[in-house]
Design a protein around this ligand. Structure first.
Ligand SMILES: *[C@@H]1O[C@H](CO)[C@@H](O)[C@H](O)[C@H]1NC(C)=O
Ligand SMILES: *[C@@H]1O[C@H](CO)[C@@H](O)[C@H](O)[C@H]1NC(C)=O
Ligand SMILES: *[C@@H]1O[C@H](CO)[C@@H](O)[C@H](O)[C@H]1NC(C)=O
Ligand SMILES: *[C@@H]1O[C@H](CO)[C@@H](O)[C@H](O)[C@H]1NC(C)=O
Ligand SMILES: *[C@@H]1O[C@H](CO)[C@@H](O)[C@H](O)[C@H]1NC(C)=O
Ligand SMILES: *[C@@H]1O[C@H](CO)[C@@H](O)[C@H](O)[C@H]1NC(C)=O
Ligand SMILES: *[C@@H]1O[C@H](CO)[C@@H](O)[C@H](O)[C@H]1NC(C)=O
Ligand SMILES: *[C@@H]1O[C@H](CO)[C@@H](O)[C@H](O)[C@H]1NC(C)=O
Ligand SMILES: *[C@@H]1O[C@H](CO)[C@@H](O)[C@H](O)[C@H]1NC(C)=O
Ligand SMILES: *[C@@H]1O[C@H](CO)[C@@H](O)[C@H](O)[C@H]1NC(C)=O
Length: 312
């Protein structure tokens, strides 16, 4: 093989780490994406291979003999290029997930080489959902659930670094973790398998409940206190309405609190944007929404969240 070919082959391999398989290497494990495409190197580039048989589970699926393709059971979804020795297979299915062998014979019918390899088809990771809820003791539980994907591996970071012991209380499972009290920041869950990866991020604050994150579920203890982040700290929110079951319970407008139905048992701190509610009762358990408006009266953001008050 000349240096130019070697370089081309090298580039080819590095560009197709997931969708490329060198079947000439014994015991290769090759990964393909369900519905995707894989290129498999069967013969040497520009080689004068006399006979080559590629078998799936001991059945011939592709036979090359005397410079022609004699058999190609994948003909309707493959392209074989005789000058590169590569077969490209499209529309991969779980049925392709199997053990394969590759056998070479010379003119005299003698076997000159035999290799075994595996093709492993994985569904790509997709639609990663990252949810978190505040537990009544201030801990935060985060769960990461992709809707699709095989052989998944999870990893977590907070503000760009791996979770430390002072942040992570424990892992309930690889995709379900509990963070310590007062942990805050940008949490990222990354999910990968051999052929794909995806991540999802959320920002959350160190209070008990961040109402600005949609679908937050916040837990409070009966008779206890909860801190709820309504507005960003130090922000210049023009108008914000917090509704319980569609009725306004708190409204901020033009730098002042206009309505606070919880006035006798709450403290709102305008510089942090956090409202602290005391003496929680079971009737605080409800669905809430938080809406933001700009000066022109246009709604700029709306989120939904739930408050769940639990008895001791
Ligand atoms: C490929 O498609 C043709 C036409 O649909 C069909 O006759 C043939 O059996 C198919 N070949 C294989 C190997 O499935
Ligand atoms: C392969 O998939 C494409 C698009 O997903 C489809 O158009 C095509 O008919 C499929 N080919 C075979 C042989 O299944
Ligand atoms: C086979 O691959 C070579 C090198 O990549 C390319 O130049 C040639 O056009 C390909 N032939 C076919 C039939 O696709
Ligand atoms: C694919 O094959 C591997 C072993 O080679 C096996 O572990 C895996 O479960 C198979 N996947 C499917 C979807 O059958
Ligand atoms: C973070 O953890 C992963 C394994 O989960 C490890 O591969 C990586 O090196 C770690 N990064 C740092 C900066 O420690
Ligand atoms: C996460 O783990 C906790 C504790 O083991 C469990 O109660 C909870 O149901 C799990 N959540 C999900 C979404 O699996
Ligand atoms: C989290 O906050 C950072 C910095 O404030 C921002 O750039 C990013 O878009 C936020 N991410 C989400 C998912 O809200
Ligand atoms: C707060 O307490 C005062 C005095 O007891 C009462 O008049 C007022 O109606 C209470 N406000 C609310 C919103 O319950
Ligand atoms: C809240 O509870 C404390 C003690 O539990 C009590 O003294 C106080 O009167 C309660 N306040 C309201 C507004 O219910
Ligand atoms: C609001 O919170 C800030 C930061 O925690 C604190 O310094 C300030 O004293 C609080 N203001 C009120 C009125 O409680």
């Amino acid at each position: 093989m000349g240096p130019v070919w070697a370089l081309l082959l090298l580039l080819h391999i590095t560009q197709n780490t997931e969708g490329f398989c060198d079947a000439r290497v014994n015991n290769a494990q090759c990964y393909g994406a369900l519905g995707g495409t894989i290129e498999i190197q069967l013969m040497d580039i520009g080689s004068a291979t006399y006979k080559c048989q590629w078998k799936k589970n001991k059945q011939n699926i592709f036979v090359w003999r005397k410079n022609v393709v004699q058999t190609n059971k994948l003909e309707n979804r493959s392209v074989f290029n005789a000058s590169t020795g590569i077969i490209q297979i499209q529309n991969l299915t779980y049925n392709d997930n199997d053990s394969y062998s590759l056998e070479f014979n010379n003119k005299d019918g003698k076997q000159t080489k035999k290799t075994l390899h595996k093709l492993i088809i994985e569904a790509p990771v997709s639609f990663v959902l990252l949810q978190h809820k505040y537990l009544s003791n201030g801990e935060v539980r985060a769960t990461c659930t992709p809707q699709r994907g095989d052989s998944l591996e999870y990893s977590w970071t907070l503000n760009g670094h791996n979770l430390t012991d002072s942040e992570l209380l424990y892992k309930n499972s690889e995709n379900n973790i509990t963070l310590r009290q007062n942990t805050a920041g940008r949490l990222r869950c990354s999910v990968k398998n051999h052929i794909s990866q995806e991540f999802k991020e959320i920002n959350f604050s160190a209070c008990d409940c961040d109402a600005g994150v949609t679908d937050a579920q916040c837990y409070g203890a009966l008779g206890g206190t909860i801190e709820i982040q309504l507005m960003d700290s130090g922000s210049v929110t023009h108008r914000c309405r917090w509704k319980k079951n569609n009725k306004i319970i708190f409204e901020w407008k033009n730098n002042a609190v206009r309505t606070n139905k919880l006035e006798n048992r709450s403290v709102f701190n305008a510089s942090t944007g956090i409202i602290q509610i005391q003496n929680l009762t079971l009737s605080d358990s409800d669905s809430y929404s938080l809406e933001f408006y700009n000066k022109e009266g246009k709604q700029t953001k709306a989120t939904l969240h739930k408050l769940i008050i639990e008895g001791k």
